[in-house]
Design a protein around this ligand. Structure first.
Ligand code: NAD
Length: 456
């Protein structure tokens, strides 16, 4: 099928590349000319396992194109996916300016039937606004073309995006019952047929329910994280081990083991903004989502938990003290630093006078860019060093603080770590290690929701 993807970011690029891999003829539009140029030169703007190979293969086969040409993009695809960003507006609601701009472009240039798919995460009712934006442009030029707006939210996870897209748990598609809606449904059914070969994964529903499903899923996941983080902080106080508690409750099939990890807060481009946007939607409809307000507040507080633990141990004034930080990306296998907990920690430590040595397997360049924006004080920024390796970061540090659970940090050379650190102290924001093992190896270990344990 002929597909256009509008917006070539995490979601758009993965969607476009994977649909091309299945034999579709895909045209990816982005307004960011430098991004398009990089892609056309064989580069890739994001780190995502497996993606570079798929992009290269499908570019070579002529099934995947990148361009900034809006008119050509509208002409190309019978199905037009809108996969642009929906960042939070000042009041927390989703900023729909990019979605609506994409919709207007479709209305401006379309010359025949189009299926317009909202792939971006957009609040309930957005399909109506997309429809009105397209209709407005058609009316302005006196054109009469049928189209249908479909909701098909994306559930891929950064770091496993290709795998998630190719083997989705579920495909949610919301269509309306009009003749155009039925036509759109048939096109979407055909497009997603390869994903349903093993078993049917598509959930067909009305458009508003599909829009809502995406927010409900992210809100539930964020809730589980904040729930466990709040209990972990209590476990710290009462001397319980949140990891034991996690196993104890996760074995109940009604609860399950997934997404019950305590840590130093969730980040990324989705959970924080989607929780806020759902709260905002509720307020607009005269309802307060009390649970989600708490989820957000708990998460904002949790991003300070490592800084607080460091201060409890080394004092409020960290002048002259040096710390190593392992992991900067908001989660492993990505270079995405949006809303990453590491940003809060680094700003807090250097703000208190400390110097830091940072290491992340892939997010170093992105970290350099965002930390330069975060840390306004030039002297504080001077105290940030980017290390060559995890071990390089440890040299002369009072402690290492682990923020992202990269696999490469899971089985480090403990003897070497001890040798390099000034004092053998570990703050483990992702509970990678067993407190007993760390103590047996002579470390003072501070996990999240695990009692502090030192053995001599
Ligand atoms: P992103 O910021 O990485 O990419 C968006 C891209 O759209 C940018 O390259 C931008 O230049 C381009 N763009 C903006 N306006 C445009 C226009 N009018 N025409 C063409 N291109 C335009 O965003 P993302 O992370 O891919 O997220 C996109 C949407 O998908 C968001 O709504 C997000 O919430 C949702 N989503 C993201 C993820 C994720 O893990 N990143 C997962 C599921 C859903």
């Amino acid at each position: 099928m002929k597909i256009t993807i509008i917006g070539t970011g995490y979601v758009g690029l993965v969607t476009g590349a994977c649909l091309a891999e299945l034999g579709n003829d895909v045209f990816c539009l982005d307004l960011d000319a430098s991004k398009v140029e990089l892609l056309n030169q064989g580069g890739i703007p994001i780190h995502e396992p497996g993606l570079i190979e798929i992009v290269a293969r499908n570019r070579a086969s002529g099934r995947l194109h990148f361009s900034t040409d809006i008119a050509a993009s509208v002409a190309h695809g019978d199905v037009q996916f809108i996969a642009v960003g929906t960042p939070p507006d000042e009041d927390g609601s989703a900023d729909l300016q990019y979605v609506l701009a994409a919709a207007k472009n479709i209305g401006k240039y379309m010359t025949g039937f189009k299926v317009v798919v909202d792939k971006s995460t957009v609040p309930v009712g957005t399909a109506d606004r997309v429809q009105a934006a397209i209709r407005g442009e058609l009316d302005a030029r006196g054109a009469e073309h049928a189209f249908s707006v479909v909701s098909n939210p994306e559930f891929l996870k950064e770091g496993a995006a290709v795998e998630d897209f190719m083997r989705p748990d579920r495909i949610v598609i919301g269509c309306d019952d009009s003749a155009s809606g039925q036509r759109a449904r048939a096109a979407m059914k055909l497009l997603y047929t390869p994903f349903n070969r093993n078993h049917e994964r598509t959930f067909w529903m009305d458009v508003r329910s599909a829009e809502f499903t995406k927010y409900a899923a992210n809100a539930m996941l964020a809730t589980r994280i904040s729930f466990m983080n709040e209990l972990a902080n209590l476990a710290d106080r009462v001397g319980a081990d949140i990891e034991a508690v996690r196993h104890g409750i996760g074995s109940d099939p009604r609860i399950g083991h997934s997404f019950l990890y305590a840590g130093c807060g969730y980040g990324g481009s989705c959970f924080p903004k989607d929780v806020q946007a759902l709260e905002r939607t509720a307020q607009d409809h005269g309802q307060n989502l009390l649970i989600l307000e708490a989820v957000e507040a708990v998460n904002n507080r949790q991003k300070h938990v490592l800084g607080k633990k460091v201060c409890d141990r080394f004092g409020q004034d960290l002048t002259g003290k040096h710390f190593a930080i392992w992991g900067l990306a908001f989660k492993p296998n990505t270079d995405d630093m949006r809303e990453a907990s590491s940003r809060v920690l680094v700003a807090e430590l250097v703000g208190r006078g400390a110097s830091v040595a940072l290491y992340d397997p892939v997010a170093m360049d992105e970290a350099k860019r965002v930390l330069a924006l975060d840390i306004a004080d030039a002297a504080a920024l001077e105290r940030v060093r980017f290390a060559q390796s995890p071990m390089d970061a440890l040299n002369g540090a009072e402690a290492v603080v682990i923020v992202t659970e990269w696999k490469a940090f899971r089985s480090p050379d403990l003897a070497k770590m001890k040798q390099l650190l000034k004092t053998p102290v570990i703050f483990d924001g992702r509970n990678l290690f067993e407190p007993g093992t760390m103590a047996d190896n002579g470390f003072e270990y501070h996990g999240i929701g695990r009692s502090v344990l030192t053995r001599t």
